[in-house]
Design a protein around this ligand. Structure first.
Ligand code: ADP
Ligand code: MG
Length: 352
């Protein structure tokens, strides 16, 4: 069953999703009209996922839809913004058919409900190349309250939400990497699902307004991203390796082989929040974590002014130097290609 023509696609799949949003003008005009909100700033971001680069062409279409939305929601979380809606640019190839689009639509609809998102509009084009989806997300934050990367100060604590490395180790699991052969099936599956379905920390981001001095989401590996935040803030940071929060599955792997810890520290796709906050608000940060149902762990300290240096060490121990700065396949390959599916039942404790 081939893909139906563009206008039929828009009318049958996307228009129903835009029904609840007056801003979308029923997808019957040239653009959306989004009213300004008094006392708020608009927060806008775009992220694209491409077949063969950010997901596998064979991935379940609903998972592709969810990933396309969630990587964008993670950017909203990192800014402390309340996500409101999005525009969707669909780059469709003739390898897709109506059945694929219906399943994509179902995944999109489910996550729109989970996260309270409106569809404002988009664009539909056909491409001879790999298909993909570009989401432009729009959110709001009270004026002056957005979380930025640039406010960390010497003496601040460094915090991380959730657990570290499940995304990168999950990619190995999705690829059935032989390095994970000894891992129990339930851990294997848990890691794959963490890779397939990021959990954007929207509630935590919102709860950190006025508390965090700097924040960002970890998408390119803790080691790299900590350096980005430190550089933006003009500081250097020290991370305590033994404090890094690991899931049971990641812990088993890291204890079995130090290379897994390297993957966890430098690997991408975690979509956790990395943030700094003054020591004086420690209790309030813990309370923000609890209120948003998100574990938060103190993993280090801003040690002084600097140019983005990150050191990783055991308390009182020798520095730990990951050999590589970004996501690297254990066997020596590289790239951020490949993804599995995400199960509809996956935890989204930060929804809404
Ligand atoms: P034009 O080509 O004149 O810019 P389009 O045909 O691209 O107009 O779009 C018509 C309407 O359909 C617009 O409101 C647009 O936002 C909406 N639209 C097109 N593609 C999508 C999509 N993939 N998702 C949501 N809305 C879409
Ligand atoms: Mg258009």
């Amino acid at each position: 069953m081939a893909l139906r023509p563009e206008f039929e696609l828009i009318g049958s799949l996307f228009r129903p999703l835009a029904e609840g949003a007056p801003e979308a003008l029923s997808l019957a005009d040239d653009a959306a009209l989004i009213p300004a909100r008094c006392g708020q700033e608009q927060v806008v971001s775009v992220d694209t996922v491409l077949a063969g680069v950010h997901f596998l062409e064979t991935d379940p279409p609903g998972d592709v839809a969810r990933k396309a939305l969630r990587v964008n929601l993670s950017d909203m979380a990192a800014m402390g913004a309340d996500p409101a809606g999005f525009l969707l640019a669909a780059l469709l190839s003739d390898r897709l058919d109506d059945g694929w689009m219906e399943a994509f639509h179902a995944g999109l609809k489910a996550d729109m409900e989970t996260f309270g998102l409106s569809l404002y509009g988009g664009d539909t084009v056909s491409t001879p190349g790999p298909f993909g989806f570009s989401v432009t997300i729009l959110g709001y934050v009270p004026e002056g309250m957005a979380l930025r990367r640039s406010g960390a100060a010497p003496g601040d604590d460094v915090w991380l939400s959730g657990t570290l490395g499940d995304g990168a180790l999950g990619l190995l699991a999705c690829r059935d990497d032989p390095a994970l052969a000894g891992l129990a099936p339930e851990h294997h599956q848990w890691l794959s699902e963490r890779y397939r379905c990021p959990r954007p920390r929207v509630s935590l981001g919102r709860a950190l307004r006025g508390l965090a001095s700097a924040a960002m989401d970890v998408s390119d590996g803790l080691f790299n991203d900590a350096a980005h935040m430190a550089r933006a803030s003009g500081v250097c940071v020290e991370i305590d390796r033994s404090a890094l929060p690991l899931s049971p599955a990641a812990r088993i792997l890291c204890q079995s082989d130090a290379r897994f810890l390297e993957t966890a520290v430098t690997g991408g796709d975690d979509y956790e929040l990395l943030f700094c906050a003054p020591e004086t608000v420690r209790d309030r940060v813990l309370a923000a974590g609890q209120a948003s149902g998100t574990p938060v762990t103190r993993i280090g300290r801003v040690t002084g002014p600097g140019e983005g240096q990150v050191s990783l060490r055991d308390v009182g121990g020798a520095p730990f130097r990951p050999r590589r700065g970004g996501w690297v396949h254990l066997a020596g390959g590289s790239g951020d290609d490949g993804s599995g599916g995400c199960s509809p039942g996956d935890a989204v404790e930060n929804a809404g």
